[in-house]
Design a protein around this ligand. Sequence first.
Ligand code: IMP
Ligand code: MG
Length: 184
Amino acid sequence: MKNDIREVLFSTVEIKNRVSGLAQKLADDYVHKNLTIIGILNGSLIFLSDLIREIPFAVKIDTIKASTYVGASTFPKGKTEIIHSININVKDEHVLIVDDILDTGKTLSEIVQMITKYSPLSIKVCVLLNKMARREIAIAPDYCCFEIEDKFVVGYGLDFDNRYRNLPYIAVLREGIFTASKII
Ligand code: IMP
Ligand code: MG
């Protein structure tokens, strides 16, 4: 896997520090409140599991499975497909939606609209990465670990063609990896 990497953007230690800091902020903001954390799969898998284990009070967890890309592509297909939604009632809950990255904003704005229909007490968005340069829909994260430039990144849950999610840091792939795939 290491040979496929062009540049490491955020190391394992940097990520760990930012995730801990964010968990501390969440712990302060949501203390004495009923909190339901909804992770968007598959991208939030690693971030979600590290983040929730640093929150010192009992929270409810659920997930939504959404799909943005088709095959080996770095361009979103345009329409977010919700493959499965939440099972728990969020009516008396403060909801925090957790995703890997806010890019065009389509996925999270659709999911926020969808969850709003269930009338939670509040709804906020928490992302590992914010790629502001590619935003198409006006949505800003309430909580974010890192701002990034317009680069396609992998690792710590983020994938290219479903690979590299298990890389323990966030990196940019070598150009050859994209061009070796049929669709780019
Ligand atoms: P959006 O709907 O354009 O904001 O896209 C959000 C989804 O696209 C994220 O949840 C990611 O799964 C995926 N995505 C966006 N940018 C990247 C990237 O740089 N690397 C890997 N996945 C990405
Ligand atoms: Mg995703």
